[in-house]
Design a protein around this ligand. Structure first.
Ligand code: B1M
Length: 211
C-alpha cells in the first residue's frame, strides 16, 4: 500500500504510533507536507467521519482516530512552518462557543503559519468577548471563526455582530469556515471571507489583507 494511503488507514484505526512513524517516513521520502496532510491524515479522518455519520463507528473510535490525526499533525507541523519567511499579518483564530471540534481549525492554523502569517490560536469554545479582546490586544487584522456543528454556527453571527459594534470593527476582517458553513451563510451574517478548506483559507486571508 502507498504510504499516504497507509496513513489514512492508520488514522482511521486510531493507531497513533503507526501514524507518527509513517508520517516520518513520508517526510524522509520527500513527500510534500500538503500531501501528507490532505491525502493521508485528512483522508483518514474523512473516512471515519462517514462511518460515524452512518453509525458504523461511535464517539470512542472517532476520538482515537482524532488522537492519531493530531499525533501525525504534530510531526508534519514543523515542515509546514519551515517555509515561513516573515510575518505577513496576524490572525486570531478559534472554534466558536459551544463547539469543541478543533482538528480542522488546527490544520487551518498550520497552513496559515506555513504561509507566513502570525497565528494566535485561542482554542475551542471561544466567546465573542474573547475573540474581540484577543484581536485587540494582538493587533490582529483577521479573526478566524471555526464551527463544526449546525447548533454552534449560529454563534458566528453573534461574534460578527459583536465585532461590528466594537472599537476594532474598522481594523479587523472576519473569515468563517467549518463543515456546515457555506458561502451563503457567511454572506448572510456579513462575514468578510469564507473558506471551505485550509488551503482556501490561506487564499482568502491573502486577498483580505491586500484589500
Ligand atoms: Co463531532 N460531529 N460531535 N466530534 N465530529 C461532526 C461534526 C458531525 C458532522 C458527525 C456526524 O454526525 N456526521 C456531527 C455534527 C452534525 C451537525 O451539526 N449537523 C457531530 C456531532 C453531532 C458531535 C457531537 C454532538 C456528538 C455527541 O456528543 N453526540 C459532539 C459535540 C461536541 C461539541 O463540540 N460540543 C461531537 C464530538 C466529537 C468528538 C469530540 C468525538 C470529535 C472531535 C475531536 C476534536 O476535534 N478534537 C468529533 C469529530 C472528530 C467529528 C467528525 C467525525 C470529524 C471532524 C473532523 O475533525 N474532520 C465530524 C464528521 C465530519 O466532519 N465528517 C463530526 C476533519 C477535519 C480536517 O475537517 O473539521 O471539516 P473539518 O475542517 C476542514 C474544513 O471544514 C475547513 O478546513 C478544515 C481543513 O480543510 N475549516 C475551516 C474548518 N474550520 C475552518 C475555519 C476557517 C476556514 C476553514 O476559517 C477560519
Amino acid at each position: 500500500m502507498e504510504l499516504l494511503q497507509e496513513i489514512a488507514v492508520k488514522v482511521e484505526e486510531g493507531k497513533h504510533l503507526d501514524v507518527v512513524s509513517l508520517v516520518e517516513k513520508c517526510i524522509e521520502a520527500g513527500i510534500g507536507a500538503g500531501d501528507i496532510l490532505n491525502k493521508g491524515l485528512v483522508e483518514g479522518m474523512n473516512s471515519i467521519g462517514i462511518k460515524f455519520r452512518n453509525n458504523e463507528v461511535f464517539v470512542p473510535e472517532v476520538l482515537v482516530a482524532a488522537r492519531a490525526m493530531k499525533a501525525g499533525l504534530e510531526v508534519v507541523k514543523p515542515v509546514l512552518l519551515k517555509e515561513k519567511v516573515q510575518s505577513k499579518g496576524t490572525i486570531v483564530i478559534g472554534t466558536v462557543m459551544g463547539d469543541l471540534h478543533d482538528i480542522g481549525k488546527n490544520i487551518v492554523c498550520y497552513m496559515l503559519q506555513g504561509a507566513g502569517y502570525d497565528v494566535v490560536d485561542i482554542g475551542i469554545d471561544v466567546s465573542k468577548e474573547k475573540f474581540i479582546e484577543e484581536a485587540r490586544s494582538r493587533g490582529a487584522q483577521i479573526i478566524g471563526l471555526s464551527s463544526l456543528l449546525t447548533t454552534t454556527m449560529t454563534y458566528m453571527k453573534d461574534v460578527m455582530d459583536a465585532v461590528r459594534n466594537s472599537d476594532i470593527a474598522e481594523n479587523v476582517r472576519v473569515i468563517v469556515g467549518g463543515a456546515p458553513v457555506t458561502r451563503e451563510f457567511a454572506d448572510q451574517i456579513g462575514a468578510h471571507g469564507y473558506a471551505a478548506d485550509a488551503a482556501s483559507a490561506v487564499d482568502v486571508v491573502k486577498v483580505l489583507l491586500q484589500a
